[in-house]
Design a protein around this ligand. Sequence first.
Ligand SMILES: [Zn+2]
Ligand SMILES: [Zn+2]
Length: 375
Amino acid sequence: MKTKGAVLWGVGEEWSVEEIELGDPREGEVQVQLTASGLCHSDEHLVTGGTPVASYPVIGGHEGSGVVTKVGPGVTGLKEGDHVVTAFIPACGTCPPCSRGQQNLCDLGANLLAGTAISDGSYRVQARGKDVIPMCLLGTFSPYMTVHQASVVKIEPDIPLEVAALVGCGVTTGWGSATRVADVRPGENVVVMGVGGVGMNAVQGAAAAGAKRVMVIEPVAQKREWAMEMGATHAFANIEEATPAINELTWGRMAEKTIITVGDIQGEDIAAALSVTGKGGRAVVTGMGNAMNIDVKLSLFELTLLQKDLQGAIFGGLAPRNAIPELLSLYQEGQLKLDELVTTKYALEDINQGYQDMRDGKNIRGMIVYTDADR
Ligand SMILES: [Zn+2]
Ligand SMILES: [Zn+2]
């Protein structure tokens, strides 16, 4: 079918909203009519070249929600009309990592950057006659996508689809970084560095886990204010301001847990995070850096002698098939804020404005919302 999508033709280019050809579902695949797609920083890494892909063009978007409109052969557990949220790492449920409860490390993730379909290694999207790589095997910057059943998670139909998209990436990543990977315990001091679409949910997760203090380090004043409404107890503009204050608040013990959720992580951020993490504490690296950057700064002396723990995290260490429905049920019970995270809604055609607003620090999350006019 012919539809449209935001396509990137090379590093440093703008997103081009243009006609695309979308294939029908093959073995194990479904077609989804999308309701919403978040503007996550990870797609920006395609624009900067920080995330390498096998080739261009690429269709962006990996944080989406929608309704199943077509079902291919061999699909189990999904039917037309089902409401789904995307899983940016496929979660097959049967490979070794999935079987030991680490769906966020599913072996099907090996296809992620190659961009070829899980089912048969081909492509479902063409633009200007060329094969298009879908971001994270999804491509939610289009009113429709054809994806493998491992890449979507069914949700309850009474949950508003617009907010449900958020748990496809940012919310779950931030929440799990605090509750699962950092393993925040009641009474702990937690530092969250960077409070955008991911960090704001690390704040929510840390507060829900019972942290005594959730201390945010964020250069944008408006985001510091928002963080205080989402559960932060203190907010600082930078590490220089934060360090003496955290030292005083904790009587020199510093934070038990620090979560790095800046949009484009640099080597110095590791040193800063470890410097505000106390003895035996843990720093969690959630923010994404450039794939070529191996220049990490940290005090090797302190790492050893103060027995600090430096831990990476993808999708907050959580399993999409478990965490997505669970977080949406927390939202329904009023224990997780989602509506407050969507700062601005955009039409697909305004995607470049949406990303400019993200760069300018104006949004917690910008959200593309599709309407009948897009279909
Ligand atoms: Zn994302
Ligand atoms: Zn798997």
